[in-house]
Design a protein around this ligand. Structure first.
Ligand SMILES: Cc1cc2nc3c(=O)[nH]c(=O)nc-3n(C[C@H](O)[C@H](O)[C@H](O)COP(=O)(O)OP(=O)(O)OC[C@H]3O[C@@H](n4cnc5c(N)ncnc54)[C@H](O)[C@@H]3O)c2cc1C
Length: 378
């Protein structure tokens, strides 16, 4: 068996990549180790509508779960700010269905998809899978965070996310809770899906995510758990090289999810699309430089923003609960309405800058961070 491209990993990044390669008439095989595309789902499903448009997906009735209208962000001491999220146009989508929708797009373009087939090893232009050997010109590594675990553990946090039914999940409201002791370097979250269901999760450095989540749920009140997911998230930003020889790395495997929230549907999906287009050009011209244009395109779009997000999370990691409370205390109603009116879900460092008070009186922020704050403003 021989293909122009073989994609290891049949989730958003790999499937978008395959869709683009197949659209230009090249042969492409996607192998996915799980039994089903889209399952097990390990995602909150929060995505901007504009992001979905860029990815070329119009959510179907099955894919769309709910619309987000507000975000409530809490400090450890219980100070809350509520952002009006209507202008940001953020949806909750059903990842099981989204992945299938993209698989369908790829298949329509001519890609071949095989589930329950694992990538084992690479031997020059041949890969060994659990279902035999396959020849390729380009291998796309779209294996998600599991590919990074083998290379670099430093940016990995453990997360736990349960799908639950609970009366206290409010339609349209996302909750984010900061606490440097319970969730060091990250936060807990509640994302409403549909029909009284929601996804509740936590992540943090050096904690038992499961225990932290169970405590959080106990404190929230009565609930029924219908599904549990434990998955690593990557928060260290992009890896140095997306392309190495005949291997092109996309999505979470290339560190393309946001360093602040680990959200990656949009940035990993676009990584897959840019890679797929670059691979097609390489297949047509045989010029290796065409492959490199993929990293250039992705970096032009996300590079600066991810650098600033990375710095923002380094600052977050250094804050204790007293400092977080102090920062929340300095957020004025004007800052909240500015954030609600002007900030972008996908490129959100400007919102973080406002939240941290880095542009306002600077007093609280400067006491905590000193002159380093210039890095995030620059
Ligand atoms: C708890 C949690 C909540 C999240 N919430 C959000 C959110 O609300 N919004 C958002 O935008 N992002 C969210 N994310 C991040 C988002 O899910 C990822 O960024 C995105 O799925 C990355 O896509 P990917 O295709 O790169 O990798 P993945 O989705 O991880 O897919 C990798 C695929 O490769 C397969 N694979 C692995 N090894 C092999 C192998 N050897 N052979 C064959 N196949 C293999 C896996 O089975 C998997 O299907 C969340 C992540 C987690 C963990």
């Amino acid at each position: 068996m021989s293909y122009d491209a073989v994609v290891a990993g049949g989730s958003v990044a790999g499937l978008f990549c395959a869709r683009e390669i197949a659209a230009r008439g090249h042969s492409v095989l996607v192998i996915e180790e799980d039994f089903e595309i889209g399952s097990p789902e390990h995602c909150g499903g929060l995505v901007s509508v504009s992001g979905m448009e860029d990815l070329g997906v119009i959510p179907s009735g099955k894919t769309f779960d709910s619309q987000i209208t507000r975000a409530e962000i809490s400090s450890p001491g219980g100070k809350k700010i509520t952002l009006d999220a209507k202008k940001q146009n953020v949806s909750v989508i059903n990842r099981r269905e989204l992945d299938k929708q993209v698989a369908r797009q790829a298949q329509k373009n001519g890609a071949e998809i095989r589930v329950k087939t694992s990538f084992k090893e690479i031997r020059e232009n041949r890969i060994v899978t659990t279902a035999g050997e396959v020849d390729f010109k380009i291998l796309v590594d779209a294996r998600g965070v599991s590919a990074l675990i083998q290379k670099d553990r430093t940016g990995i946090l453990q997360s736990a996310q349960y799908e639950i039914y609970a009366d206290w999940i409010e339609k349209g409201k996302v909750e984010v809770n900061f606490d440097a002791v319970k969730y060091p370097g990250f936060f807990s979250w509640v994302i409403p899906s549909c029909g009284g269901a929601g996804k509740v999760g936590v992540a943090g450095k050096n904690i038992s995510a499961m225990q932290a989540l169970e405590k959080f749920l106990d404190q929230k009140g009565k609930h029924s758990i219908i599904r549990k997911v434990f998955a690593p998230i990557w928060v260290n930003g992009p890896v140095e090289n997306f392309v190495s020889g005949n291997t092109v790395t996309v999505g979470d495997a290339a560190g393309q999810s946001k360093p602040t929230t680990a959200g990656g549907i949009y940035s990993c999906g676009l990584g897959g699309i840019y890679a797929g287009r670059a691979i097609s050009k390489f297949l047509e011209t045989k010029k290796h430089d065409e492959l490199k244009s993929y990293q250039k395109s992705w970096t032009e779009k996300f590079g600066k923003e991810f650098e600033r997000q990375l710095f923002a999370r380094k600052m977050l990691e250094r804050l204790d609960n007293k400092s977080i409370d102090a920062l929340f205390g300095s957020i004025t109603p004007e800052i909240i309405s500015d954030m609600s009116d002007n900030d972008d879900f996908d490129f959100h460092t400007s919102a973080i800058i406002k939240m941290l008070g880095l542009k306002g009186s600077l007093k609280v922020a400067q006491t905590i961070f000193g002159s380093e704050i210039r890095k995030i403003l620059g």
